[in-house]
Structure formats: C-alpha cells, structure tokens
Design a protein around this ligand. Structure first.
Ligand code: SAH
Ligand code: SF4
Length: 392
C-alpha cells in the first residue's frame, strides 16, 4: 500500500511551520492558531481549525497531515480501566497503544497513563513478547508517536480528563529509533506543544548501550527504564537476544552512568517467567549485580503469549524473589496484573489480529525455547549471533 508523503504536522518543529507560513505571506499569528488547533483542540484535519481562512486550511491540508493515525479501533478491558487501541497508519501499518486509568488514592492524584509504540514490530525478538513475535516492520516517525498521545488526549478530553503520563513500553525498541523518539519527546515535553513534564515521560529499553550513552549525554529529560529480565548472560542471551551484542554488565554500567550523570534513579523491569528466570539463584545474581546502586526493580508477572511455552511465576515465588532483593537493600515493587487484559504486554492485540502461525511452527518455536532456556539454566551460553538490523 502506498504511503502518504505529507509530513505529520505534530512532528514538524514550530520554527518550520512559521517559515512555511512566512513563505506564503501569512501573518505570524496564524502560527499560534495552528498550534492551538494541533495541541489544544487536537484537530484531525485543518477544517476543524475554524479560526483559519478557508484558503489556508486547504493549503495546510495539502502540505501536512493533521493526524497521522488513519483509524483507531478501541477495545475496552478491565471494567473500563484499560483501553487498548489498534491504530492504522499510512501504508497499512498497525500499531498498538494502551491507555490505563488509575483512580486517585490517598496521597496520589488520579493518573491516566498511555503506553505507546515507537516502532511497528521489533527487531530485538524477546521470545516472551508478543511484539517480538511479529518481527520488525518499520520505524514510526515523530508525528506517528506523538499522535498516539493526541488520540488518547482527545478521548480523555471528552470526559474532562488529561493525559498525565506517557511510557514508551508499547511496540518497538525506542532506542533503535532514537532520533524520532527524541523528536517526539521534545514535542510531548514542550509546554507550548503537548506540555507533559519530563518526570511524567518514561522510556524503556532492552539495553541498547550506545543509545543509553547518547541519552546520558543529553541530560535528565525523562525517566529511563531498563528491561533486564535476567542477571546472568547465559539466560539473558535467550530472553533478550540483544544481550549477545551488549551483555548485561555493560547495560548495567551504562545505566549507572546515566544515574550518576542525571541524579535520577534507574528503574529495572523484570518479567517473571515461571521456572525460567525466577529461581533463588536468579534473585541472588540480580541482587549481586545491583547491590549498592540507586536502583528500583519492578517485577512484572509475565502475560501469557500464544507462541511461547511459558507463563507467569507463581505469586509466592514472586514474593520470595522480591524479599531476596529487598534484603540486599534493593527497592523492589511487584506490578500485579489487573487481569490478563492489562497493558504491560503491549503488542498482544496486534499479534492476535496478525493471526496465529501454523501449529507446527508454534510447536517448533516452543521446543526451541524450552531447550534454550534449559541450556541457559545449566549455565551454557548460546552461540547464536545477535539479532540482525539492530545497529552496532
Ligand atoms: N522494547 C522496550 C520497550 C517495549 S516492551 C523494552 O523491551 O524495554 C515494554 C516492557 O514490556 C518491557 O519491559 C518488556 O519486557 C515487557 N513485556 C513484553 N512482553 C511481556 C509479557 N508477555 N509479559 C510481561 N511483560 C512483557
Ligand atoms: Fe522488542 Fe521490548 Fe518486545 Fe523485546 S520486549 S521484543 S525489545 S518490544
């Protein structure tokens, strides 16, 4: 399918829009009217910006897309507390975002958090992840990332609510699409555009060390979360194939440098997979790796994914894993799922819609995973190369 060549307006820097207007002889205040249309009214077409003259509206629609999301299908789950969206982008690409509502509690205000996608599919190929199963399709541009937030903001505004947090934990590896992700974050963070505070933006990475270093050099613009999932290389090679290129010790060192440079705590995500990475030895290895760091570990029971033989660790196992970490002085929380529908494992809906692979393919995949994780538990490192197409 052909792709729409017009850039998405929410990804165009304000100075470029001003220049575009000036070239056409429009007065400067038109820039503010366009900005209000894009960022306050979340307009989907120039026709919705009533303050603009008709000719300018037509010219704007001819040159830019006011919304890069062509259509959205929303699936509400968890008694209305989660909204999974499948967004269709130009060229027929489909990505997923998940809006999660957290009611106010004593000591904390109500929050509306969007888990958004940075790529269609993902090249890293973590076997427990639905997006990893889909493989890599393409990078999203800045507007396609930001427009997921504008879509959520539009739906929230209909109920008098605001988007309070954005987490890059949907489809894709944000640090393998860093230029577009940084441009999107700039737009989300800019108080004249989306206006979300830096502390309300979290970027999650599976450990792309050069990208982490680049973020460190930029300073504290948002929270960095690192998907660690295993402290031992043999096992992490299987769970996060990128580990074969950037081993866990390098990832943790890059995270430490980030924490030192920014004064911000590093957050680690650890998906708990029953019988695979939840043993006492794994907890001890993680505690040893992070001991003395200003770190926070978030344990996430694995959401079952069709093509793997694995499921979440049992609750008592998770509790015991958490206790071991805490007794080593590492701040640890457990993110209990709000039912299977919750959005920690974004990409599941898209994978479902992409259709199940044939039964023999699933069976072969499962067998390989069982063998690989068993070998990893025995301490053998895999000799497979790192996934291709992930840079160096
Ligand atoms: N690629 C980035 C960000 C997207 S994945 C990364 O890996 O960090 C966001 C988070 O969801 C990661 O921590 C990932 O490990 C987790 N995740 C993926 N599949 C999951 C599953 N089936 N169950 C629980 N968490 C999962
Ligand atoms: Fe990609 Fe993250 Fe899924 Fe791994 S967990 S396949 S890095 S999206």
């Amino acid at each position: 399918m052909e792709r729409d060549p017009r850039p998405g307006l929410s990804g165009v820097p304000p100075a470029s829009i001003e220049a575009w207007l000036a070239e056409r002889g429009h007065p400067r205040y038109r820039a503010k009217q366009i900005s209000d249309g894009v960022w306050r009214a979340n307009a989907r077409s120039a026709g919705e910006i009533a303050t603009l003259p008709a000719a300018l509206r037509d010219a704007l629609d001819g040159a830019f897309r006011l919304d890069t999301i062509e259509s959205t299908e929303v699936v509400v789950g968890d008694g209305g507390m989660t909204e999974k969206s499948l967004h269709r982008l130009t060229g027929g690409t489909v990505v997923e975002s998940v809006l999660m509502h957290y009611p106010a509690r004593p000591g904390s205000r109500e929050r509306h958090t969007l888990c958004l996608s940075s790529q269609a599919g993902c090249a890293v190929g973590c076997p427990f992840c639905a997006t990893g199963e889909l493989g890599f399709s393409r990078d999203l541009d800045a507007a396609e990332i930001v427009d997921q937030a504008r879509d959520a903001a539009r739906r929230l505004a209909a109920h008098g609510r605001r988007l309070t947090n954005v987490v890059f934990m949907g489809m894709g590896e944000p640090l393998l699409n860093l230029d577009n992700v940084l441009a999107a974050i700039e737009a989300l963070n800019d108080r004249h555009r989306f206006g979300l505070g830096a502390r309300h933006i979290t970027v999650s990475t599976s450990g792309v060390v050069p990208g982490m270093r680049r973020l460190t050099a930029l300073g504290p613009q948002f929270t960095l979360a690192v998907s660690i999932h295993a402290a031992r290389d043999a096992l992490r090679d299987v769970l996060v194939p990128l580990n074969r290129r950037w081993p866990v010790a390098e990832v943790v060192e890059a995270a430490r440098e980030h924490a030192r440079a920014t004064g911000r705590r590093i957050s680690y995500e650890y998906t708990m997979i029953g019988g695979v990475n939840d043993t006492d030895a794994d907890a001890t290895a993680l505690a040893d790796l992070l001991r003395g760091d200003h770190a926070h570990v978030n344990l996430i029971p694995m959401n079952p994914v069709a093509h793997t033989p694995w499921t979440a660790s049992a609750a008592p196992v998770i509790e015991s894993f958490a206790r071991r970490l805490r007794s080593a002085g590492i701040q640890t929380t457990v993110r209990w799922n709000r039912g299977q529908e919750v959005g920690a494992a974004c990409g599941q809906l898209a994978a479902e819609r992409a259709g199940e692979p044939p039964a023999p393919v699933v069976a072969r995949r499962r067998k390989l995973l069982v063998e690989a994780s068993a070998a990893a538990l025995r301490g053998e490192r895999s000799h497979e190369p790192a996934p291709s197409g992930v840079g160096s």
